[in-house]
Design a protein around this ligand. Structure first.
Ligand code: NAI
Length: 408
């Protein structure tokens, strides 16, 4: 077995929910005659989602959603399966990245699965001739959904898209635990520095930020949170973190991770305040949170190490990981989210894609929530795989909880 296939089978053993779905898909073939276009991080967990969809009868074409997150051995292994075409290549230049998106779209998809909305953006701009054939899509991440909602608000989204990110079975596990653990794992393996005792700045206390902050605290880091939303800032304060503006955090932080989905969160005036040896990383979807163009303009050429660029400002060094791209995926040893977390996210993806095939033609263009039945089914399957039983509502309890005229 080659290395890509070994990675795929390693991940598969920790994905019981997706496995159960794939077995049902193989029996029922819900995607017979469908062409699914995907732009996701091409690595072993994603490969198992692709195989589940292909088992259900789909022809699948996939490329990456970030040039640095593709694992070439997994991409090669995927291409060996019948009904699956893979166009991703690690560290490809930007023009090749978008050419690969176009090659995926050349398959005339009926369903799209995006992580960051690249396919849908292309379909609504330079590939509009394909729109008519698309039943609907699914979107994996917060940033993609922000963009989709902006499109929908302007009446420009021409087919229904399920906001997979926004459902509890994705966001409460993937964003919180997945990002929290994998960002720290990637930071530690790339830099080999100690987390205990470090002033660890988390920009943004959303789902990703709060997972990261809690897990960094668990390693003994002294966590500082920066925010722009007063409610989330207060939540961070009451969760026991120091909250301050980035201007103040920049001067005392030792490790910085942005998790905002926003642009220019760490910029020139912050670089000028930072201590020697500051380590900067981004966990938000796009590489826009740290203003690297400004840092390059200020410091000139960087010294390169594996996954780390070191910029020198006078007598201070500032280290940036993975070119400011998703640090949990884009460092040389970044593995992305833990497998069990992606089992849940991709189970929701697989069932949402099935839902789109069944119901998408009846839905006008727009962003839709994951149906609660899908969310609950994934949770139940995961609990069953863990051997965890839970209680059920009695009839009396169900009546009580849905009544308005009992209580006081
Ligand atoms: P969220 O919307 O729950 O949280 C973002 C937080 O950042 C909000 O509380 C917001 O007020 C805050 N924020 C915005 N601008 C800010 C600024 N200038 N300074 C400080 N705080 C600011 O979003 P979520 O789910 O936490 O996702 C964040 C980003 O991470 C998105 O780009 C998302 O696509 C990405 N993501 C990355 C993953 C990974 O594997 N690294 C996994 C899941 C999501």
């Amino acid at each position: 077995m080659d290395s890509g296939m070994r990675k795929i089978t390693w991940a598969a053993q920790y994905m019981p929910v997706l496995r159960a779905i794939a077995e049902r898909f193989a029996a029922e073939r819900p995607f017979e005659g469908q062409r699914i276009a995907m732009a996701l991080h091409v690595e072993a967990k994603t490969a198992n989602l692709v195989r589940a969809l292909a088992a259900g009868g789909a022809e699948v074409a996939i490329t990456g959603c970030n040039p640095l997150s593709t694992q070439d051995d997994v991409a090669a292994a995927l291409g060996e399966f019948e009904g699956i075409r893979c166009y991703a290549r690690h560290a490809c230049p930007v023009d090749e990245y978008y050419a690969a998106i176009d090659r995926v779209l050349d398959t005339k998809p009926t369903v799209t699965i995006d992580d960051g909305m690249d396919l849908i953006h292309r379909l609504h701009t330079s590939r509009r001739e394909l729109l008519e054939g698309v039943i609907g899509g699914c979107e994996e991440t917060t940033t993609g959904i922000h963009r989709l909602r902006a499109m929908a608000a302007e009446g420009k989204l021409e087919f229904p898209v399920i906001a997979v990110n926004d459902t509890p079975m994705k966001r409460s596990f993937d964003n919180v635990h997945g990002t929290g653990e994998s960002v720290l794992a990637s930071l530690m393996i790339t830099t080999n520095v100690l987390m205990a005792g470090k002033r660890f700045v988390v920009a943004g206390y959303g789902y990703c930020g709060r997972g990261l902050a809690r897990k960094a605290k668990g390693l003994g880091a002294r966590v500082i949170v920066t925010e722009v939303d007063p409610r989330r800032a207060l939540e961070a304060h009451m969760d026991g973190f120091d909250v301050m503006p980035m201007d103040a955090a920049a001067a005392c932080g030792e490790i910085f991770v942005t998790t905002t989905g926003d642009v220019g969160v760490i910029g020139e005036r912050h670089f000028l305040l930072m201590r020697d040896g500051a380590i900067l990383a981004n966990a938000g979807h796009f590489n826009v949170e740290i203003d690297l163009d400004r840092l390059r303009a200020l410091a000139g050429a960087a010294e390169q190490r594996d996954g780390i660029e070191t910029f020198t400002l006078g007598d201070r060094r500032i280290h940036v990981l993975a070119e400011g791209r998703l640090v949990n995926l884009a460092t040389p040893k970044g593995m992305g989210h833990p497998i069990e977390v992606m089992d849940l996210s991709f189970a929701v993806q697989a069932l949402s894609a099935e839902y789109i095939v069944r119901h998408g033609r009846d839905l006008p263009g727009g962003v839709y929530e994951v149906p609660t039945a899908i969310d609950e089914a994934v949770a139940r399957e995961k609990l069953a795989s863990l051997g965890i039983a839970i209680d059920s509502l009695t009839d009396e309890q169900a009546r009580y909880l849905s009544a308005w005229d009992v209580g006081t």
